[in-house]
Design a protein around this ligand. Structure first.
Ligand code: FMN
Length: 200
């Protein structure tokens, strides 16, 4: 029963990596964990870029201020928020709502509910928030296989978008370092349950 909780407990943000490469089979499982992540309205407003090319990695690391996890890791996954396709009625939204409706034309109520939601959100922040679910699932999958990760939100957005070759409307949501950890993990410090949970 606590199997998943054990994997969650093994995850921590690793900043020093060995040079050992991540096997393709392992990488694919991490990507799959992201692919099947939940998103509001099944919108999946993300795409993932696997950064392995040393030349691109160098530019990406620089955009991440050469912080240790970015500079020393052999592989990174860019989680890119698709903020520019979320307009109601766009081909992308129609395709996703059709999928959400089980492959049928989306019912009017679903379209209206999406339109109502869209009117209330900042599409950019909304898309980035959805990407967090994909990132979290990837990190837990990696931890369950003994791989280390570090989520990185500390970057120069414009420089990172350039390094990744993003199109307009595509926003870097998070960089994920993925590899074999080369440091001892520190002590986990979290607020206590009594501080964060109330009943009502
Ligand atoms: C959205 C987000 C952005 C983060 N950005 C960075 C970052 O840029 N650099 C870094 O070293 N750690 C980053 N972290 C890792 C946090 O510092 C770390 O999760 C937190 O200190 C708790 O430690 P743990 O992950 O080892 O449990 C980020 C975490 C999240 C969730």
């Amino acid at each position: 029963m606590a199997e998943l909780l054990n994997a969650l407990g093994r995850r921590f943000s690793c900043r020093q990596y060995t040079g050992e490469p991540v096997a393709d089979a392992e990488l694919n499982l991490v990507l799959e964990a992201g692919r099947i992540a939940p998103s509001a309205f099944g919108m999946e407003p993300w795409r993932f870029i696997v950064v392995r090319s040393p030349a691109v990695k160098e530019k990406v690391a620089a955009a991440c201020f050469d912080q240790p996890a970015a500079a020393g890791v052999p592989l990174m996954i860019a989680i890119v928020a698709l903020a520019g396709v979320l307009e109601p009625g766009s081909a992308y939204v129609e395709a996703r709502l059709t999928a959400e409706a089980g492959g049928q034309p989306p019912p009017r109520e679903l379209r209206e509910a999406y339109r109502g939601m869209h009117a209330q959100i900042d599409p950019r922040g909304w898309a980035i928030a959805q990407c967090s679910f994909a990132a979290a699932q990837m990190m837990v999958q990696a931890a369950s296989m003994g791989l280390a990760t570090c989520p990185m939100g500390g970057f120069d957005e414009a420089a990172l978008a350039r390094a990744l070759g993003l199109a307009g409307g595509e926003i870097p949501a998070l960089m994920l370092a993925l590899g074999h950890c080369g440091e001892a993990r520190g002590e986990r410090r979290r607020r206590g349950m009594d501080e964060i949970v109330t009943g009502i």
